[in-house]
Design a binder for this molecule. Sequence first.
Ligand SMILES: Nc1ncnc2c1ncn2[C@@H]1O[C@H](COP(=O)(O)OP(=O)(O)O)[C@@H](O)[C@H]1O
Ligand SMILES: [Mg+2]
Length: 295
Amino acid sequence: MSEAIPAVTVENLTKVFAVPFRKEKVVAVENLSITVGAGQVYGLIGPNGSGKSTTMKVILGLIGPTSGSTAIFGRSSRNVDSRNSVGFLPENPYFYKYLTGGETLDFYGKLCGLNRKQIKRRTTELLDLVDLQNARDRRLGGYSKGMLQRIGLAQALIQDPQLLVLDEPTAGVDPAGSRKIRDLILALKERGISIILSSHLLEQVQEVCDRIGIIYKGKLVREGELESLISIEDQTEIVLRGASPALLEKIANLIATDSGGAELLRSGHPRTTLERLFLKVTSESPDTSSGLPDA
Ligand SMILES: Nc1ncnc2c1ncn2[C@@H]1O[C@H](COP(=O)(O)OP(=O)(O)O)[C@@H](O)[C@H]1O
Ligand SMILES: [Mg+2]
């Protein structure tokens, strides 16, 4: 039954900020409606300043809407109960840099009211999950950006949430580190956790999101499943291996003479994304972000 209740609903959300000492106002989000189905990973994509963080803060009840409404598993965000099983990774998480990874999770466990035994178990479990067991006793001041984002994710998971809200989880993280975070997101989805995340880069999230909303200047401009967003309906791709120039010429000739109106737009080597290429050419190098002890 609870499967039918969406993890997140945003209905006609508008958020207007008054700018202090000035008359004008900023419309951060305008009439935005989205639904994150239970168990789904939803990506809110848009350039900086388009209203992603604002939308997330309203969903979390950290700020109120100007109009419209948001709900988590059917409960209004205005209701404190709605946040009972939600984990949040803010855009710029603030951590005490003198604490170690293990101490940080212990600290959040304590804040959440876990007892000593639960804290110990949960910290170990989560450090394992985010692959920071080797960095447990290192201070966060020495963590890379990717490691900090992973400790942030672990922190968001302390209470075993049903919904995760991740604001730019891969921003500023190098490609290998981003890959790790995306694998982690997929692993969490496997566990049945619903996730809404934001990014200003489609490339960073396209592999993990079931559904994507593109937001621009506060408005939802496109929405749908990834495939339908990125496929070009009237084009067909044929990928050949070992084609000779003669074969390519034949194909080009065939299209020129007997194609029923189809035209050849381009032929050549398929392109990979820059990111995939980067990952491929760097995959032999040791992973420096995995918490090796300081030399
Ligand atoms: N507390 C605030 N007061 C005034 N303006 C704000 C506030 N928070 C965000 N904004 C403005 O709202 C717009 C959307 O911001 P934000 O939601 O942070 O975008 P994004 O997360 O997509 O980068 C921006 O123009 C930003 O300057
Ligand atoms: Mg933001």
